[in-house]
Write a protein that binds this ligand. Structure first.
Ligand code: FES
Length: 143
């Protein structure tokens, strides 16, 4: 059911943790399954993502997709990080079962939320980036 890459990133997730004083942080959640994902970015003066960490309270696929997403955005500019879509994450993991596609969406949304936070703090515009749709407070309250 799961590819070897998914199993690898689930059992040995990369970039787990927090960044102190992050350049941007984003937390998103899925109200249906209750899974929550938080991404921290460390961005340098050239707008290159030097470091990225995540914390995921969620299913195995959510952990594997967050791990892969951090690997894919590391070293990219904040603009290029937008190309790390849920599709890109899924492809890099050699696919996910259909019921787990929303988990990869959470990874994309977490990156976007962290990028949005970074852009707001630095008054810059990342072309094509939209404000995060999920407000984590709402998700927590809904439950
Ligand atoms: Fe919801 Fe995986 S089951 S994020």
């Amino acid at each position: 059911m799961y590819s070897e890459k998914v199993m690898d990133h689930f059992s040995n997730p990369r970039n787990v943790g927090e960044i102190e004083n992050p350049s941007g942080v984003g937390t998103v959640g899925n109200a249906k399954c209750g899974d929550i994902m938080r991404m921290y970015l460390d961005v340098d003066d050239d707008q290159v993502i030097q470091d990225v960490k995540f914390k995921t309270f969620g299913c195995g696929a959510a952990i594997a997709t967050s791990s892969m997403a951090t690997e894919l955005v590391k070293g990219k500019t904040v603009q290029d990080a937008l190309q790390v879509t849920n599709k890109a994450v899924m492809e890099a993991l050699d696919g996910l079962p259909p019921v787990k596609v929303h988990c990869s969406l959470l990874a994309e949304q977490a990156i976007h939320a962290a990028l949005w936070d970074y852009a707001q703090k630095n008054s810059i515009e990342i072309k094509g980036l939209e404000a995060p749709v999920h407000d984590i407070e709402e998700i927590v309250e809904e439950e």
